[in-house]
Design a protein. Structure first.
Length: 379
């Protein structure tokens, strides 16, 4: 079982962000912490203090938590779950709040062994465009502090396809990122989420994303460059040095059970799935009313098969056709042989050793490919 904990607090909302987060308030931190402890206790009792394979503290901005709140969080997790020594334990941090080396050592001493640093960009101009609360110098300083604190597994989050960005600028971002020597890079194409400031500006015609051909060059050439530098392209948006792929995310993509704690957290255990309220107040009210797993959905075999296809095709290993047949009750190669053949001819897919995988060109249009395979009649 994977364990995810949502820490919903941020300095402010970035201009592209649609995640569940809110401004830091110590009363809310206190209420969130107590509710999280109660939710963890409930699931621990129900599941028999289960052992976890990975732990992921996401947000929001977990690095904003003061030492007392982080200590309390860890006490609760260790009390209610069995966390074997050395399991992958990730904490998301932002450069502007990764400033206290003593706090970083507390993370490390508490079991955190992987930090995902939300750089997103490496020039002040691009950071300002995204509404990030830090500058480029703070990214470099945060990396230095994390290394001094003893972290040997560091991931950098970056965003490509920014308004006005060209492929050569994205390549320079990757060059600069590699100078920081991270073990892992996550590189996401900018998505204009409805209701965000960037989306509203695009709708009003005040900014424009790169043209489709330019965005394709960023993705394809960027991936090729990172592989030339020794990173493995193991998932659509993720690259890692050998042995440093994210085990937590791999668990998601492979269909592992996962328990989510905190506001907006989603859980999938067996054939059951549920989601917590998005805001702290709603989450606290749910816990006080002991309405855990409320509105839980029972997944169908068809749904699980569809998710297996959607998630496993994101990875470089691709999807086992036998596993898909087992989960979905459908022989994809027989049912969609003509469609798969056309995709093969266009250099979008490969089938080898019973596995279907996307090429890099295919990863660029993965949503369209997955949609065609799931709903061929609509194509």
């Amino acid at each position: 079982m994977l364990l995810y904990v949502h820490v919903p607090f941020c300095v402010g909302k970035c201009r592209y962000c649609a995640f569940a987060s809110q401004a830091m308030d110590m009363d809310d931190v206190e209420a969130w912490g107590k509710a999280l402890e109660a939710e963890a206790a409930h699931h621990s009792a129900r599941l028999g203090r289960p052992e976890v394979e990975t732990v992921y503290l996401g947000g929001g901005t977990p690095s904003l938590l003061p030492a007392w709140a982080f200590d309390r969080l860890m006490d609760g997790l260790e009390r209610h779950f069995r966390i074997p020594p050395g399991v992958e334990f990730t904490l998301e941090a932002n450069p502007d709040s990764a400033t206290d080396t003593d706090l970083m050592r507390l993370w490390r001493d508490s079991g955190v062994n992987r930090v995902s640093l939300g750089a997103q960009a490496l020039t002040d101009q691009e950071l300002a465009l995204l509404g990030r609360p830090h500058n480029a110098a703070q990214v470099h300083a945060a990396v230095e502090r994390l290394r001094r604190a003893g972290f040997a597994n560091l991931s950098l989050d970056l965003i490509w396809g920014l308004p006005g960005q060209r492929a050569r600028q994205w390549r320079q971002t990757l060059v600069n990122a590699l100078r920081l020597a991270p073990e892992h890079i996550s590189a996401y194409g900018l998505t204009l989420e409805p209701g965000t400031p960037l989306a509203r500006e695009a709708e009003s015609g005040n900014l424009a994303l790169p043209e489709e051909d330019e965005a394709a060059r960023m993705y394809v050439h960027g991936g090729e460059f990172l592989e030339e530098q020794g990173l493995v392209h193991y998932e659509i948006s993720n690259f890692a040095r050998m042995g440093y792929a994210s085990r937590h995310n791999q668990g998601y993509w492979e269909g592992a059970d996962y328990l989510g704690l905190g506001p907006s957290a989603v859980s999938t255990m067996g054939m059951l799935r549920w989601e917590n309220p998005r805001d702290v107040a709603g989450y606290v009210a749910m816990v006080r009313a002991r309405e855990f797993c409320r509105d839980a959905e029972t997944l169908t075999r068809e749904t699980r098969g569809r998710e297996l296809l959607m998630l496993s095709l994101r990875t470089s290993r691709g999807m086992s056709l036998a596993d898909y047949r087992l989960h979905a009750g459908r022989d994809l190669a027989k049912a969609e042989g003509k469609l798969l053949g056309a995709m093969y001819q266009k250099d979008l897919i490969r089938i080898r050793d019973g596995r279907l995988r996307l090429t890099r060109q295919g990863m660029l249009v993965s949503n369209q490919i997955i949609g065609r395979l799931l709903f061929p009649a609509d194509g």
